[in-house]
Each structure stands twice: as C-alpha cells, then as structure tokens.
Design a binder for this molecule. Structure first.
Ligand code: SF4
Ligand code: SF4
Length: 500
C-alpha cells in the first residue's frame, strides 16, 4: 500500500483547446501517467504516477501540457510538514526503508553562496583572458616539495600524474546506475575535452576501453568488474571508500537493472542484486588501505596514480591525513549534497558535512603537517557552476568532480526518481526503449559545450582577480570573503568577512 489515499503531489494540467490527442505524452511516459479514453474521446491522466520529469511537457507538439505542484494542502505545521506526513504514510504502507535519488534537498547552508570572490581595481591590474595567456591546465598527483638537481641537472622524474585541460572531471557514475548512452556521452566528451570521466563501481563496458586514457576506473567494496585488463585500461584507479550521498553504507543496484551487458560488465548473474558491502572487508586501518593502494600500484607497474575517495564526515581532516600517508596520490572528497542513483533517504539527508568546510579543513591540516604536496585534492558534492569551481580551488582544491551538473547537461530534469529505473530521459535506466532516447552524439556535444562555457567563465573570474593560472589560484584564500557567516565558520573556511 502506498500513499494513494492522499492527494497526488503534482497535477497534470491539459489545455483541452490545444490537445489534439496525438498520444505523444502517452508513448513518452514510462510511468504511464497519460492514456487515451476512447469512451470520452480525449486524453486522461493518472496523477498518482506523475514524478514531474517534464518529458511530456517538453515533447507535446501543441504546448497543451503543464505539470504543477498541487496546492492541495495537508493540515501541516512547522513541525509536521507535508513531506514528513507523506513519508510516514509511505512507511506505514510498505514497512520499508525510504529510498531517494540525487542529492540532499534539505535547506542546509550552501557555503559557496556565502563566499564572494575578489577582483582587481586600480593598483593591481586585471588580466584580459581573450588577449593574454591564461593557464587552466592542472596536473593531479604527488609533487616534490622542492626542485631537485643531480650533477647540475634538474631531476624531472615525477610520480604518475593526470593531466587535465581544466580543473573539472566527471565523477563516478556506474554503468548500471546510468545507461550505456549516458556513459558513451561522458566518455566521448571527456576525451574531446582532455579531462577524465569515472566508471563508478560497475566495471568498464568493453566498448569504452578505447577511451581508457580519459577514464578513471573505480575499485569499490563489491569489486564488481575488477580484473587486470580493467585496471590496465584506465588512466588512474580510484578506491571508493565512501560517497557523499550515503557515507558509511554500501551500494545497492536492484536486480532489475542487472541485465545483459550490465551483468556481464559487473561479472555477476543477471537479475541478482549488486550489493556492495559498507566496508571493504580487507580495510580496517590506514595500514590496510596502504596495502590495497600498493597492490593496485604493483598490479599496474606503478604507472597510474591511485585515488582514494571518501565522503566528507566529521573528522575528515584526520582521515585525509591518514590517506595521504597511505601512499595514495589523490584524495577525492565528496560532500553531503552529492548525488546518487539511489540512497536511503535518512542517510542522504542527515549524514555527512558540507564539502566547503571539509575542503578547507583538509587543505589546512595537510599544510600544517607539511604533506600537502604529497597528494592532490579533488572535491565534489554539488559543484554547480564555474564560480563554485573557482571558490573550491581558492579554498585549496586541485580540481572538482561534477555529476549532477553533467546529467543536467544530458537532459536530466531532476525528477529525483532514478532508483525506479524508469528515467524518461534515457539516463538512469537500462530499459532499451528509454536508453535510446539519449543520443550520445548530442549528449557529448552538450557536455563539451557546458565545459567550454565553464572554462571561459573560470578564465574570466581568474582574470578579474589578476591571476593567470589555476596553480596561482590554488589555496589562495585571500581571494575569498564570507558574507553572513559566524566567526567559527570563517575560522574553519580560513577566510575573512567581507569588508575586512
Ligand atoms: S502530447 Fe500534447 S497534444 Fe499530444 S495527446 Fe498529449 S497533451 Fe495532447
Ligand atoms: S537522471 Fe532521469 S530519473 Fe534521475 S533525476 Fe534525472 S531525469 Fe529523473
């Protein structure tokens, strides 16, 4: 029993004067909201099934449709709000854990919006990025603390580095949680842009091996799809310990999504649930983590950087210090607003900390301990724009991971029902009829456009500050000021208040 005894969340508003009963909406809706009624000679709607993905609205040839949030109100108050009451009804009906998709929607602080960027005026000239050189390239991996020479010659041998044309990568989204065509779009775009995308924990489909130089292959606790060729295929290997949307728990891809190529790529039987355990059962200490880091380096002849990905949690600075000492080359930290294909709602909405505070605390701790150069820092968890990227770099990141923004570029309308497997935009689904709605050619072009636009904006913001390279911006907190933040928040972020 669901929540069908309360009024649906959304209403389908159909303008009967415009509707020509072409039935496009009926064919396009995987949730079966629309149907043609021969008795009445018109289209009807079952609004209880509507998730407001906007597919029908976008494709209706006569603009006859609108989906609106229902204004039918429950008798809510400040304590018992409509969403809480709905959730109680749902659990009373199902007896199950509530599941959600995409990132934490709660009105918790978004610190990016409380941080402002500096600009040059009068005494220090700004730089015009259209006329003067501007470097957005970054290299991720261990760096020496000082320049070394031998017999007068510079020693240029560095541990393996990832080279990116701009400080942004597409973060982990597994084949299975997203479609083949979504993966193809990401892989092609990353290759064209000179950045990297990430397999997530679902293995690497054989068709995508040619994109290896622009691929990060992930090793998660379930070890799905991990084998020698897989490790060899990627430019870097990421050990996933945690994820911002669900810190402290494992992953679960329902058996309904483990079909065909997904099952082959993950190396598990069709229809079986893909459950990654909460911990790696061989990691209970930094020493254990070090063993896995070096096993992976050994398996790939020390030619690939190893990333360790963790969720931003309360003692993240100490955790990052341990990871840096484990031999990892890059630490990826995922904040609590990070997206997901499926997570228990209570975990997603209540566990973890904001990425801005985690990043500032980690960068400072690694500097204080004199080990900042022994790792690069990559942060993710709702990076929404070029200005978020610039603020993250100035707070101490080497690069950012984006996922939700990339999915939006592919056509995602944030209906937040990825866990149902019925994504009408062909992204978070394995249903062949839905997957084919996303054209990888168009998808990759849109991703390239998005990243090209962000790169221009990053250069404009840096030019305004009088800074001509990401390297000069990294950790340059003097370029940031806070607004409306407490003394404690400013102290953790390591920035002054606006006006100071
Ligand atoms: S797509 Fe638009 S015009 Fe066609 S049946 Fe649906 S509402 Fe009517
Ligand atoms: S990926 Fe698809 S199902 Fe998930 S939020 Fe976006 S449109 Fe909805």
């Amino acid at each position: 029993m669901g929540v069908d005894f309360i009024y649906p969340e959304f209403e389908v508003v159909r303008n009967e004067n415009r509707c020509i009963a072409c039935r496009v909406c009926e064919r396009q809706c995987a949730n079966e909201v629309h149907a043609y009624s021969p008795e009445r000679g018109l289209m009807i709607s079952d609004e209880t099934k509507c998730v407001n993905c906007q597919r029908c609205v976008s494709l209706c040839p006569t603009r006859a449709l609108k989906i609106v949030k229902s204004d039918c109100t429950l008798r809510e108050n400040a304590n018992w709000q409509t969403e809480t009451i709905r959730e109680i009804y749902e659990q009373a009906g199902s007896g199950g854990v509530l599941l959600s998709s995409m990132g934490n929607p709660k009105p918790l602080p978004v610190y990016w919006d409380k941080i402002l960027i500096n600009a040059s005026q009068v005494t220090n000239p700004s730089i015009d990025p259209l006329r003067e050189p501007m470097e957005t390239r970054v290299f991720l991996g261990k760096k020496p603390d000082r320049i070394l020479r031998e017999h007068g010659q510079l020693l240029c041998d560095l541990p393996p580095q990832l080279s990116l044309s701009m400080p942004v990568m597409f973060s982990a989204m597994s084949y299975g949680s997203i479609s083949y065509n979504a993966h193809a779009s990401l892989a092609r775009a990353a290759t064209e842009l000179g950045i990297l995308y990430n397999t997530g924990e679902g293995g690497l489909h054989e068709d995508f091996y040619p994109y290896g130089p622009n691929t990060i292959v992930q090793v998660a606790s379930g070890r799905f799809g991990v084998h020698e060729d897989y490790l060899e295929a990627g430019a870097a290997i990421e050990i996933k310990i945690g994820q911002g949307a669900k810190p402290g728990i494992g992953g679960h891809l329902p058996g309904t999504k483990i079909v065909g190529d997904v099952s082959r790529t993950r190396m598990i039987p069709e229809g079986s649930d893909a459950i990654s355990p909460a911990p790696h059962h061989d990691i209970y200490s930094i020493e254990d983590l070090r063993q896995l880091v070096f096993s992976l380096k050994e398996a790939t002849q020390y030619r690939k950087p190893v990333i360790v990905k963790v969720a931003a949690v309360h003692n993240i600075a100490a955790i990052a210090s341990g990871i840096a000492r484990s031999g990892a080359d890059i630490i990826a930290i995922d904040g609590f607003r990070g997206g997901t294909g499926a997570a228990p709602t209570r975990i997603r909405d209540n566990v973890g900390i904001p990425i801005e505070l985690a990043l500032a605390a980690v960068d400072q701790r690694l500097r204080d301990e004199g080990i900042r150069n022994s790792v690069s820092l990559v942060v993710g968890g709702s990076i929404r724009s070029a200005s978020d990227v610039v603020k993250a770099i100035a707070l101490g990141a080497d690069a950012c991971y984006i996922a939700t923004a990339a999915l939006l570029a592919l056509g995602c309308h944030l209906c937040r029902t990825c866990h149902t497997g019925k994504c009408n935009w062909g992204i978070a689904t394995q249903r062949p009829d839905l997957v084919k709605r996303l054209n990888p050619e168009i998808g990759s072009t849109r991703l390239i456009h998005l990243m090209t636009a962000w790169r221009h904006e990053i250069m404009e913001l840096m030019g305004g500050m009088g800074i001509n390279s990401i390297e000069s911006l990294r950790g340059n907190r003097l370029m940031l000021r806070g607004v409306g933040l407490t003394e404690k928040e400013l102290e953790i972020l390591g920035i002054s208040h606006a006006g100071e």
